[in-house]
Design a binder for this molecule. Structure first.
Ligand code: F6P
Length: 370
């Protein structure tokens, strides 16, 4: 008997996606029965489009893939089966629910199940597909590390490594020029990338979405450092950070099917706030952007992604549908999708990471010390 699995990668790309695909395909090839693994091109668009785009993986195609960043089957963070953008003849767009079409095609092509590799938005889609009667297993990915059911998502450690290396470089130039550097990192509503980078890089100030900041506290820290003869100051700010009583900085979505605000620019806003408070030192802003998602995954993410791929296949083989593969130290395990998407994983102020950072004098933009 031949079994067929459809694999999709959804949301923003993330180092380790290809390693998951490789894990699934290699694990499936060890079975006595035949398991065919297919990739749905550009998330679920491949099965939703008028001209279906689905590829069958061979072992050759996935050989060495654990090292390669991005996703060989493409991805998108717009649209999806329940909000599929369709261009009309007059050039305008409408949003269609194509979920029933997807189910029909899924059944006609005789797929057994779907593996959906994606973040919180993608796993909400997994749950909707499950409720529609499509057997699905989710695999958590995101550089933001904001999924509460898993200790870590793959891609996060790579993003932190990239951000830390960038920060290290800014420190030496800040020191040479007696400058204040503000480095803006990704993470959406979660401060994990900022917090880990700030700790690894030895930042003086770390501003995260979970703790709105007072620019006066940041200004005071800068002046103290200059007065103490340090002569430079390095700040990590998360893209989703906001001042007390303020709002996040970004742009409303413009692309069709996109429902997320594009965060970005809070580093410049902070610079302006500091100038208005009378800071006269040279302040420079670096926005790291998509560099944090690109390139080769670090070893940790390759390993986690491979484990997730193997586990996802095994859950499908055991017909344990409706679950998200998770890492709960020391096991790779699974939780129901419904539970997995309930709430995000955000930095809590009593996390020891925050206490450790405050314990070495890092300022978070609030008045408290420890
Ligand atoms: O969720 C991953 C992420 O990189 C966030 O950190 C960031 O806010 C967002 O995606 C950026 O999305 P896009 O690539 O659509 O600009």
């Amino acid at each position: 008997m031949t079994h067929k699995i459809l694999v999709a990668t959804g949301g923003g790309d993330c180092p380790g996606l290809n390693a998951v695909i490789r894990g699934i395909v290699k694990r499936a090839s060890l079975e006595k029965e035949e398991w065919k693994i297919y990739g749905c091109i550009e998330s679920f668009n491949g099965i939703l489009k008028d001209d279906v785009e689905i590829v069958e993986f061979t072992e050759e195609m996935v050989s060495g893939l654990h090292v390669k960043g991005g996703t060989i089957i493409k991805t998108t963070n717009k649209g999806g089966p329940f909000h599929f953008p369709v261009r009309r003849e007059d050039g305008s767009w409408i949003i269609e629910d194509r979920s029933l079409l997807m189910k029909k095609r899924f059944e006609n092509m005789e797929f057994d199940a779907v593996i959906n590799i994606g973040g919180d938005g993608s796993q909400r889609i997994s749950l909707q597909l499950l409720n529609l009667g499509i057997p699905v297993v989710g695999v958590p990915k995101t550089i933001d590390n904001d999924l509460s059911s898993t200790d870590f998502t793959f891609g996060f450690q790579t993003a932190v490594q990239i951000a830390t290396e960038a920060f290290d470089k800014l420190v030496t130039t800040a020191e040479s020029h007696n400058r204040v550097f503000i480095m803006e990192v990704m993470g959406r509503d979660a401060g994990w990338i900022a917090l880990h980078t700030a700790l690894a890089g030895g930042a003086d100030v770390c501003l995260i979405p979970e703790l709105p900041y007072d620019p006066k506290v940041v200004a005071r820290k800068i002046e103290t450092r200059y007065k103490n003869g340090m002569g430079f100051c390095n700040i990590v700010i998360a893209e989703g950070a906001k001042r007390i009583g303020g709002d996040v900085v970004g742009q409303a979505p413009t692309a069709i099917g996109d429902r997320h605000i594009k965060l970005g620019g809070v580093g410049d806003v902070l610079k302006q706030e500091l100038l208005e408070l009378g800071i006269e030192h040279d302040i420079r802003v670096t926005v790291l952007g998509h560099l944090q998602r690109g390139g080769t995954p670090v070893a940790y993410d390759r390993i986690l992604a491979t484990e997730f791929g193997v586990k996802a296949f095994e859950l499908i083989k055991e017909k344990k549908y409706g679950n998200l593969v998770v890492y709960r130290h020391p096991d790779i395990s699974y939780v129901p999708l419904e539970e997995a998407v309930k709430e995000p994983h955000l930095v809590k102020l009593d996390d020891f990471l925050v206490r450790a950072a405050k314990g070495i004098g890092m300022v978070f933009g609030d008045e408290s010390i420890l």
